[in-house]
Each structure stands twice: as C-alpha cells, then as structure tokens.
Ligand binder design. Structure first.
Ligand SMILES: C[S@@+](CC[C@H](N)C(=O)[O-])C[C@H]1O[C@@H](n2cnc3c(N)ncnc32)[C@H](O)[C@@H]1O
Length: 275
C-alpha cells in the first residue's frame, strides 16, 4: 500500500519544494474555471459572520482568506497544514489583504487534530484527501472538532474525469492513467460521499463542479496538462507519441479550438446532533 510519505505534497520541507508548490497553488487559483468553482464550493460551505471555520491542508491559504472575508466581523478561520513553509505564504497573503486578525495558522496533520471536541462551526478541505493515506481518519477528526449540527465540505477532483480534445484518445487515456497513478488516490472524488456516510455524517449532498476550458485566452489547465508529459513518459508512453499528441493540442489551442474538462465534487454533510 502507498503511504502519505510517498506523496510529494506530504514532503514540503525544503525551501525549493515549498516555493514550487506555492507557485503551483497560486497558478491553480488564478484559472478562470477555478474561480467559478470556488464560488460553488464556498456556497456549499456557506460560512457566515461569526462562524469559526477550520480549513485543513490549507496550503498558501488562498481559500482560507476568502472564507475569512465571509466570517467577518467577528468570525475566524484556522488554517492547518503540515508545511510550515506554505503557512508562511498564507500569513504573508493575510497581511497583504489586511486579514491577519481573522486567520490563525497551525502546523499539523489533519489525521490528528490538536483540538478538543466541537471547537468549530464548519470545516473544509480542498484537494487534500487524495494525498493522505487514511482519508477516513481525516473525516473522523473533522467530525470530532465540528459541533453537532455543524457542516463540513470536502472538495476533491476525480482525475479519471479529465477530458481533452483534440488528441489521439489512446494517448490521452495513457496520460490520464499516468496522472491518476501519480496521486496517492487519484479517484478520491467518487469516494467522498461514501466516506462521509461511512463516518456517520447526515444530510450528505454532492455538488458536481465541472471545470471547462475551451478558449486560448485562458489556457490554465492546458499549462497543467503540459506538466503531465514527463509523468506519462516516466510511466512508459513514448516521447514520440507524446510530442505528436501535445503538438496537436497546442496547435488547436492557438486557434482557440480545443476542449478541456475536469470534474471535481464538493460533498457537504452535517455532524449529527448526537454523534
Ligand atoms: C494540492 S495541495 C492543496 C492546498 C490547498 N487546499 C489549495 O487547494 O490551495 C495539498 C495540501 O495538503 C497538505 N497536506 C498533505 N498531507 C496532509 C495531512 N496529513 N494533513 C493536512 N494537510 C496535508 C499539503 O501540505 C498541501 O498544502
């Protein structure tokens, strides 16, 4: 079995790894389709003034900041992450946006949270469980630290839903598979609802969010797709096949005539009153 320690997102200690990870996260947040996605998953979380909200695996804190704006004037956000380096970025961003009083950062592991029961009104994670070897342990911890009747929202991509056109579908399939296998669990999106029900949550609701890109003016996800070429090559796809595949996609994008989509799931659930 693969363990968290095998995942690159679990080993963000040296400065260079942190810098590259922070850059990648900032890039993701800037994609137009991700900005739309954020509106949808934060609508599921529905944080309001006065709420105490926990985000686990908060990274550079970009989403925590958006939540902090919504819980003002008297609510607060706690952003937890094992990477002290990423949380340094989160604090810098909070200072930049004048939100440092609304956000507390905590170095820690979502599988063993350092709080007593019912400390928060809401809890949230975004793109974290696919990098953790025991996602159920994280969900159990979120249930423990959120008050009865409080709500949690988990957002995870299912990497097998990646679709791109043009490109030989046989090569696309192999690139997608290489990327799925690269994650600790690249099929986390489809498992979320079951995980939450299995941990005893009630009112489980699934919101599918489909990121779509088909304009050359905003090729965010295509830039990500290009980073999958060495991943696919490492998994045994020939360089020649990949060059032909990518050349066709790039040419189509330059004409404004490509299509990319990826589905993620925002799954929300309530902590039962007598859990
Ligand atoms: C893909 S990044 C997502 C970051 C942030 N949620 C976002 O969407 O911008 C995955 C994050 O999970 C964190 N992470 C990895 N293992 C974790 C664990 N056991 N507990 C909490 N966070 C963890 C990483 O440090 C990283 O910040």
């Amino acid at each position: 079995m693969r363990m968290s320690g095998d995942d690159r997102w679990a080993r963000l200690e040296d400065d260079e790894a942190v810098r590259a990870a922070a850059e990648r996260l900032d890039q993701f947040s800037s994609f137009p389709s991700e900005k739309l996605a954020r509106e949808r998953y934060l609508a599921s979380l529905d944080p309001g003034p006065g709420d105490r909200v926990l985000e686990v695996g908060a990274g550079t804190g970009d989403i925590s900041l958006d939540i902090a704006r919504r819980v003002a004037p008297d609510g607060a956000v706690t952003a937890l992450d094992p990477s002290a380096g990423l949380l340094r970025h989160a604090r810098e961003h909070a200072r930049r946006d004048g939100l440092e009083d609304r956000i507390e950062t905590v170095v820690g592991d979502a599988r063993a949270l350092p709080w007593t029961e019912a400390r928060f009104d809401r809890a949230f994670d975004h793109w974290v469980l696919l990098h953790v070897d025991s996602p159920a342990a994280v969900i159990e911890e979120l249930k423990r630290v959120v008050r009865p009747g409080g709500r949690i929202v988990c957002v995870e991509v299912d990497w097998e839903t990646l679709v791109v056109h043009p490109g030989d579908p046989r090569v696309t399939r192999r690139v997608v598979r290489a990327n799925v296998e690269r994650q600790l669990d690249g099929r986390m999106g489809r498992q979320l609802a079951s995980l939450l029900r299995g941990c005893g949550f009630s009112d489980v609701e699934v919101v599918p969010i489909v990121d779509v890109e088909s304009e050359a003016a905003s090729p965010g996800w295509l830039e990500f797709l290009e980073t999958r070429i060495p991943v696919a090559e490492e998994a045994g796809v020939s360089r020649r096949a990949l060059e032909k595949w990518w050349g066709g996609i790039r040419a189509a994008a330059a004409r404004g005539d490509y299509f990319f989509s990826l589905t993620q799931f925002a799954v929300s659930a309530s902590v039962p009153a007598h859990s």
